[in-house]
Design a protein around this ligand. Structure first.
Ligand code: NAP
Length: 259
């Protein structure tokens, strides 16, 4: 399927690895020029070069912390006006409700709520002006099916979800579509670190912990960054103009939520 976005330009935040990388690769395969962000310059440059070699599109790396005003300014000044924005950042650590301080919440809110909102506020005016734009926020299954030990993530991402629910409906009439993409368990570094934590807690090997978690997924496996990226690219495509303010769960059936 031709996604109808060849020649457009996207910012992909937190995209040197994992799900963000999958989104950047899929958009580049659809002919979209990419401004690619992550903090670590070496991995970012390597990923930018891999995507350029695989697709032939221009990928401009911007090494910056997207959770800071300075980091966002660096990305936005390099990118200029864009047609597509994919927001993303690392997830807050797991823990226990007794231990979370105000500073812990502020850090989670900065990373997973206020940073994507600030990026949207920066790019939406030009999208509205040109009467076309797409935003996909990478959030989490925990928005619809909260995970107890991920309380910092549940809290921050719920705030972002609320913002998107309202704002997406205010910009839809201008051809600007904002939606959220909710990962379940996907095979990325984040999944390996969660497997490692579960293995330590249960006194089993990382492979056993992974197998136990995979067995809970009706699809019988973790998702891949490639299929996550393909879904993101469709949500950024010319065909997704009637999709407004949705929370698209990509979890292999893990969460049995009927509506
Ligand atoms: P990942 O494999 O660890 O990759 C994270 C990417 O984000 C890396 O490129 C990392 O590069 C970059 N990054 C992290 N913090 C950043 C920051 N402050 N500024 C700019 N770049 C930053 O993670 P993932 O599995 O793709 O997860 C992506 C998001 O989805 C996370 O919020 C995670 O909580 C959420 N999620 C993932 C899963 C899953 O199963 N994978 C499930 C639910 C939710 P640098 O470290 O070099 O900056």
């Amino acid at each position: 399927m031709d996604l109808g976005i060849k020649g457009r330009k996207a910012i992909v935040c937190a995209g040197s690895k994992g799900l963000g990388r999958g989104c950047a690769m899929a958009l580049a395969q659809a002919g979209v020029e990419i401004v690619l962000n992550a903090r670590g310059a070496d991995a970012l440059a390597a990923t930018a070069n891999e995507i350029m070699a695989a697709t032939g599109v221009t990928v401009t790396p911007v090494a910056a912390d997207i959770t800071t005003p300075e980091g966002r300014a660096a990305v936005l000044s390099e990118a200029g006006e864009v047609d597509i924005l994919v927001t993303n950042a690392g997830g807050p650590p797991p823990g226990n409700w007794r231990d979370w301080s105000r500073d812990d919440f502020i850090a989670a809110l900065d990373a997973n709520m206020l940073a994507p909102i600030a990026m949207m506020q920066a790019v939406l005016p030009a999208m509205i002006e040109q009467r076309w734009g797409r935003v996909v926020n990478i959030t989490s299954q925990s928005v619809r099916a909260p995970i107890a030990q991920l309380g910092l993530s549940n809290s921050a991402r719920s705030g972002l979800t609320g913002f998107v629910a309202g704002t997406s409906r205010q910009v839809a009439e201008y051809g600007v579509n904002i939606n959220n993409l909710l990962p379940g368990l996907h095979a990325t570094d984040r999944a390996v670190s969660l497997d490692t934590g579960a293995a330590k807690a249960k006194g089993i090997s990382v492979e056993e912990a992974k197998a136990q978690r995979e067995a809970t997924i009706p699809a019988g496996r973790y998702g891949t960054p490639e299929e996550f990226g393909a879904t993101c690219a469709f949500m950024c495509s010319g065909h997704a103009g009637f999709m407004v303010g949705q929370n698209v769960m990509l979890d292999g059936g893990l969460n049995n939520i009927s509506i």
